[in-house]
Structure formats: structure tokens, C-alpha cells
Design a protein around this ligand. Structure first.
Ligand code: PEP
Ligand code: MN
Length: 377
């Protein structure tokens, strides 16, 4: 059960003390406090766990400070959507909105290689009105002898160049909590010219200690990729690890499943799960067409599979697209063959607009259908 308290409840006030005294006397029930600090107000939510079945929602609603009660009927306590749940389905970070109702494109380099390529990428993004990108500094590689990413040495120039081209958010994978410290330090050193969304890759989806430490991280939102060999439920529980430690600014990323059933694609595309995640949780959903498809193969019309699956995810309501581009793919140190080329950026963004328009029309059509078929009051 979640008790949503009145906005700006004073934690030093008598009413709050009375409420906490009452809760501490309930047997077999523990409460956990979550504060949502916004620019206008602070919202406090109390999560009651344990033997809550006997509690009456109506009587809990009459307790001091309590505005509303949500009974949790499903898993994913913090990030899930529950019955009568009107908690928000978006968050803002560094001036960018991430919600279940909007769309951001993160085109960029799979792996940072040199300042020249980073600059060409960021400049092109600005020219196309983009404010987000992906830039890999820490690369988890299957082969220990493959390029592992430039790590912290590239961060200062990546952040400075992002600031120069007005890029507000960089999705950047981390594989160890020390990387988060290095990102903090580099942002500090360069004067915070941009923001970072920490990316947890598919190989770390169930690295619970990493999830817990990033969950305690107050400054950065997180993109959590689905594990490539586990169920959706297991991956959603991994996202809940982040939230249970306090970080609720989580985007859930689909990137395909590892099985030969998806051949010739690198992974079996799982974008049919976009609406499922919208239904079960309050997280915005990201799709990664590059790592799903893994090639530049195209159909008889010249449309690449990467474009097709992007459109499929967006027409189902995806909220973020993470996609590999490179100014000189033959020189890319990681994943060059699947990268889109700079002269394809405008075309890709236009194709996305076509799919997003179609999604918005579908939403409107569904709304009209509901109105016509709703039983008379
Ligand atoms: C990536 O986005 O660079 C990446 C390695 O993705 P994944 O974790 O989905 O393989
Ligand atoms: Mn890659």
C-alpha cells in the first residue's frame, strides 16, 4: 500500500509525527519513505510493506497528512501502475521531458573514438534540432582483447563538445560504480555543460549490486536495458531494484533477445513489448534498433531493417530511440557495420516522424472508438 502525502508535508510537524507513530504501531508492517523533490513542491510517499491486506484504504486516507491511498496489487511496487494509480508517467531531466507520452531520439556513437568524430556527430545533431545523443565511453565487450572504450580520458572533451552544440542529455553506459564517480568528476571539472543518462547494458541487467548503487544515485536518470536472455518480468524487477533504492527516473530499454530464432537479425526483435511495459509500469520505453538488427540490410524498396523496426516500435508508442550513427563507419572501433551514416540522419528522423504521426492518429482513433462504445451514464 502507498500513502501519498499532501504536498510539502512538514516532516518536523506534529501531524507527520502522529502519522509515523501510528504506522510504527502496526504489527508486521514496515514503512519506507520516498521523497520526490520537484521545482515547485516536494511530494512524499510512504510505502507500507508486509501484512497490509487487513488495512482499510478509507481509514488510512483519514490519517493526518494523507492525501490519497494506492493499494498495490501487482509487482513493481514503485515503478508499476496500480489500480487507481494517478502517479506520474514522466520525469524531467536537464530540461528534457521523458514520458510515456512523448519521444526523444538518442542518435550517436556506439563508442567514442576521437574528438573529431564526436564533434561531427554532435554538430549534425544540433543542425537537425536534436538535444540528446548516445556516446559510449565504457564498453562491455565479449572478447577481452577488443577495444574497451576510452573510459574517463574522453569524458572532458565529450562533455565540452556536447555543451558547445547544446546537447542536453548523453546516454552513456557504465559497468561499475567507479564510472559514475568519474562521470561526476568530469562534469564538475567541465562546469556541467551537459547532462548524462546512465545506461545499464543488457549484460548487467541483473548485476544487483550495480543496480543498488545506481539506485542510490540522486543526480542521474537511468536507461536500463532488458536482459537478453531473461523474461520481461525479471528485467522489470531489475528496474524496480533501482527505484526501491530511491532512483525512480528510469527508462526501460528493449534491445532484442539472444536466440537464433531471430536470425538473420543480431537479436530477436521484442518491440511488441512496448505497450506491455506501458501497461504494467509508469516507465517511458526505449527501443534500440541498432543492437536488435545489427546490420544495414534493406528490403526491395531500399528501406533498411533498422528503419523498419524503429517504425514498428514507434507506431506502438515507444518514447526513446537509441541508435548508432558514425561519420566514418569503416573506421569505427565498435559496431561500424550496423551504424547509420551522417547523410541518413535527416531521412531517419523524418521516417520517425511518419511513424510517430501514425501512432498519434491511432491513439485518437482509439479514443473516439471508446467514446462511441462507452455505455450511457
Ligand atoms: C550499447 O547500447 O552500446 C550496448 C552495448 O547495448 P546492449 O547492452 O543492449 O548490448
Ligand atoms: Mn554497440
Amino acid at each position: 500500500m502507498i500513502l501519498i502525502l499532501k504536498a510539502n508535508t512538514d516532516k518536523n510537524g506534529d501531524e507527520y509525527r502522529q502519522l509515523m507513530d501510528f504506522l510504527s504501531n502496526l504489527s508486521n508492517i514496515q514503512s519506507r519513505v520516498h521523497d520526490e523533490i520537484g521545482t515547485q513542491q516536494t511530494l512524499t510517499e510512504l510505502y507500507l510493506v508486509g501484512d497490509t491486506a487487513s488495512l482499510q484504504a478509507e481509514s488510512m486516507e483519514s490519517l493526518p497528512c494523507v492525501e490519497r491511498v494506492v493499494r498495490i496489487s501487482e509487482e513493481y511496487r514503485v515503478l508499476g501502475r496500480h489500480h487507481d494509480d494517478r502517479r506520474s508517467t514522466h520525469f524531467d531531466y536537464n530540461g528534457v521531458r521523458f514520458g510515456q507520452d512523448n519521444l526523444n531520439v538518442f542518435a550517436g556513437l556506439c563508442a567514442v573514438d576521437n574528438p573529431e568524430h564526436v564533434e561531427l556527430m554532435l554538430q549534425a545533431l544540433q543542425e537537425h534540432g536534436q538535444q540528446c545523443t548516445r556516446m559510449g565511453a565504457y564498453k562491455p565487450r565479449t572478447n577481452p582483447y577488443s577495444f574497451q572504450g576510452h573510459g574517463k580520458s574522453c569524458l572532458p572533451y565529450v562533455f565540452e563538445l556536447a555543451g558547445k552544440y547544446d546537447i542536453k542529455v548523453i546516454a552513456m553506459e557504465v559497468t561499475h560504480e567507479s564510472h559514475v564517480r568519474e562521470i561526476h568528476e568530469a562534469l564538475e571539472q567541465t562546469g556541467h555543460p551537459t547532462g548524462v543518462m546512465l545506461q545499464i547494458g543488457t549484460r548487467n541487467t541483473q548485476n544487483f549490486e550495480l543496480l543498488k548503487s545506481i539506485g542510490r544515485e540522486p543526480d542521474f536518470p537511468v536507461l536500463l536495458k532488458r536482459g537478453f536472455g531473461i523474461t520481461l518480468e525479471e528485467s522489470l524487477n531489475a528496474a524496480e531494484y533501482l527505484a526501491s533504492e530511491g532512483n525512480r527516473r528510469v527508462v526501460f530499454g528493449l534491445r532484442g533477445m539472444k536466440t537464433n530464432m531471430g536470425d538473420p537479425h543480431r537479436n530477436f526483435i521484442d518491440f511488441a513489448h512496448v505497450p506491455v511495459i506501458h501497461r504494467l509500469t509508469r516507465m517511458p520505453v526505449c527501443i534500440d534498433p541498432s543492437h536488435s538488427v545489427g546490420s544495414r540490410d534493406e528490403d526491395q524498396n531500399g528501406i533498411m531493417d533498422v528503419f523498419h523496426v524503429t517504425a514498428q516500435g514507434i507506431i506502438a508508442g515507444a518514447n526513446m530511440v537509441l541508435v548508432d550513427f558514425h561519420p566514418a563507419p569503416s573506421k569505427a572501433l565498435v559496431d561500424g557495420p550496423q551504424a547509420l551514416h551522417m547523410n541518413e540522419l535527416g531521412y531517419f528522423l523524418e521516417d520517425i516522424r511518419v511513424a510517430r504521426d501514425a501512432y498519434e492518429k491511432r491513439v485518437e482513433l482509439a479514443r473516439q472508438h471508446k467514446q462511441v462504445t462507452a455505455p450511457a451514464a
